[in-house]
Design a protein around this ligand. Structure first.
Ligand code: HEM
Length: 216
């Protein structure tokens, strides 16, 4: 195996460990935020503000959640590039590829569902604009809007819906995908090490045969 292939393969595994750590950090800090966060239009902003200013280490926990959540997306994207450069698109890497791509999409989904969670002016108007884009999707746009908002209007039900999707569905999905992703990369390491050992064994056998032949 060429040395750069080894470096890229190892880098993919290291990034995968970083991804799983970031997912766990985001999930743990998310659960801590949920002790004081109120998923209610109008109250959500104040509750996050209260966490930042009144709760001991609240700002730290809130910041870790935001940083870990965004770093997860960046790391997952870098990892896809590393896997692409390592030209590891053989069929045995299928699990790593599929889980990696789904994980990146889940990370983006987590970031997107959080737009409205802080009920800020920026978040509210950004969400409304993106909702109109979703509504413009042919056939399913209207239904999707209704599912996301919980009836069409952007209000407390919308915050509750997106909070549920964010904190229960997508966060559990992200952790599960991060575990599958790391597991598949470790399996690959094992498989490739086995292949390298087999090749070196065959080479040494050929060398021994050549020596014996020349001695005769
Ligand atoms: C793998 C797990 C998770 C990831 C990757 C994640 C990611 C994110 C991201 C990217 C944001 C937006 C940060 C920003 O403002 O840029 C966010 C916000 C938020 N998340 Fe999570 N999250 C996870 C789990 C959870 C859980 C389990 C809960 C609650 C039970 C939660 C509650 C929240 C809340 C309340 C916000 C709004 C905070 C704000 O707007 O600053 N998250 N999350």
């Amino acid at each position: 195996m060429k040395s750069y292939e080894f470096v890229l393969r190892r880098l993919a595994t290291i990034l995968s460990v970083a991804i799983i750590s970031l997912s766990v950090m985001a999930a743990v800090t998310g659960i801590l935020l949920s002790f004081y966060y109120e998923p209610v239009a109008g109250r959500a902003y104040q509750s996050l503000n209260w966490i930042d200013t009144e709760i001991p280490n609240g700002l730290l926990i809130h910041s870790i959640h935001d940083i870990a959540g965004n770093a997860l997306i960046v790391t997952a994207l870098i990892q896809i590039v590393v896997m692409f450069l390592g030209r590891q698109f053989r069929s045995s890497w299928l699990t790593a590829w599929i889980s990696g791509i789904l994980l990146t999409l889940t990370g983006i989904g987590l970031s997107w569902t959080a737009i409205i969670l802080d009920w800020s002016q920026v978040g509210y108007w950004r969400f409304r604009i993106e909702l109109s884009t979703i509504e413009a999707i042919p056939f399913i746009g209207g239904t999707l809007r209704n599912i996301l908002t919980g009836g069409g209007a952007v209000n407390t039900t919308t915050v509750a819906h997106l909070y549920t999707i964010h904190s229960y569905l997508l966060s559990v999905g992200a952790i599960a995908l991060a575990i599958v992703h790391l597991w598949s990369l470790l399996q690959q390491e094992k498989e490739m090490k086995g292949a390298v050992a087999e090749t070196s064994l065959m080479t040494s056998e050929v060398k021994t045969e050549e020596t014996t032949f020349s001695q005769i």
